[in-house]
Write a protein that binds this ligand. Sequence first.
Ligand code: ARG
Length: 633
Amino acid sequence: PQGIHTASFKGIHAALNLPALPSHPSADPARHPLDAFLLAAAEQVAAALDIDFDKAWQGTQLHSKGADIIVTVPRFRLPGKPADVAQKVVDAFKPNAYLESATNEKGFVWITCHTPTLTALTLGTIHELSRGRSSGSWAGEDLAESSGLYGTNASGAGKQMIVEFSSPNIAKPFHAGHLRSTIIGAFIANLYEANGWKVERWNYLGDWGKQFGLLAVGWEKYGDEALLKEDAVKHLYDVYVHINKTAEAEPEIHDAARAYFKAMEDDDEHALGLWKKFRDLSIEKYKETYARLNVHFDVYSGESQVSKQNIATALEHIRASDYVEKAENGALLIDLSKYKLEKAVIERKDGTPLYITRDIGEAKQRWDRFVEQRGDGLGFDKMIYVVASQQDLHLAQFFKVLELIGYEWAQPAAQRLLHINFGMVLGMSTRKGTAVFLEHILDEAKENMHNVMRSNEDKYAQVENPELTADVLGMTAVKVQDMGAKRINNYQFDWSRMLSFEGDTGPYMQYNHVRLCSVERRVADLDGVALPAVLDPSSLRLELLAEPKAREVIMLLAAWPETVRANLKDLQPSTIVHFCFRLCHALSSAWEILIVRKQEKDLALARLFLFRCSKDVLSAAMRLLTIQPLQRM
Ligand code: ARG
């Protein structure tokens, strides 16, 4: 048969000589190998019970214990006892290339996939979609190449969205909340992309307000050009802290600050020039940190970028709403107590807008921008705000106001706006003491990893770029700790646990990937047995992968695309982290059973191929989590 590596799904099917399958709109067997088995099962169920294929499909699901597929017979609401109906399916069952056996389990049918087909179709699909089409570029020998398309799908084709995340405040600390937003937000953007959406990554900086007047006054007193160029984030913070201290004793500084900010609001060129310099240099510095975290943004927006016109329009709409009232102090309020969302100040007595007012103006501005960009009258299909749960009330108020002032796109039924929240990090500080700067945390993670690497001289000598490798290991440690549990949980920042190579940690995850990379090198060097980089899987004797351990690994690999698709429902990165560790655990016990060294050649090659496919999947899962998989460490 023709080589599978150039063939489409039809090609794989043809190469494997598999019978044709029914189709269903929600099945995608070209990308999801398990869908082929579900289709084959539903086909038999429909025939045995004489029901619609769609109905049979709805009752046929993947199962993890005892069988591969479960048919929930009671769902069909057919006359007779479920156990009798299930028996009908079992009696009519015909083993075929996809399915091996069916049993009646108290009104449920358990079906087992035919292992040789499961193996060939899963590994063939992984190979086909992961290889030879890599979109990323090589980043040196230490980092693995991009792993392609297996696990992605087209369910979001044509849809466009914004994920807003990170959003630190200039001249204030980049704190743990911003770090979590950065990590989780970048993951969510990747996840939607893997599901076929077009995603814009937005950073909404805290870059406007009276504090910039204060900062400017501070700059005049304590500013240092050289320090600013060196590290704007740190220097501006220092200046800001200093001037705040000084202002405690000299309150007239606040008048100067107000005057300065007023000049900014009035488009005074000098005032804006200095502010812009602070903003630009801060962004430059942020970008360095984001690069370490393997994160990038398409748009650096911010509170400063909401146009006066859009704020005025938002205020006009709010004033026209039934929920508006004047507070005793003359401020403008919107009363959301009917919705258990308290009252929110929308405009100060002096007419200046607030945080929430800007958010309202900004959302509308983004919608309009998308309408213009798309040209088909549609704005974004979704906009996600990744913000700590401390701001739950703010986000709920802000969404509610957009709804109440009547924006069609902000109605809950449209399901466009979504707040993704998360809990707190407790005790995030360097080992020496309290850290203000994220960089110190990241540096410490890197240093620790570098020390561990240095303790194995032989391996260390083989690493091409130890600095980069140590940094990637450190970032992996931080990210895995952060994404290991449900988002909403608080967690304790724990240096020794996070940096350990034992237990479900980032370094352990990287270790597993590196081991998958090195097995091919070792077997080639020591036994002279090597898989070609581009190969035709039908030339391998995959039926030799007959051990239950091999099947367990293959099942996990086959489940990857469904894991990505289903993860859209709850957007929990922990689901993907757990998937990685299930695979790592299955692999670590597989090494002793699926031995590659000194085996008969066909067996060695089949096992090497299984490990290569495992590497493709583990690396895809790590990338989805924004982690850069390492080849060596
Ligand atoms: N800069 C804000 C803060 O640090 C977070 C911004 C969240 N996004 C938003 N659209 N309000 O608290």
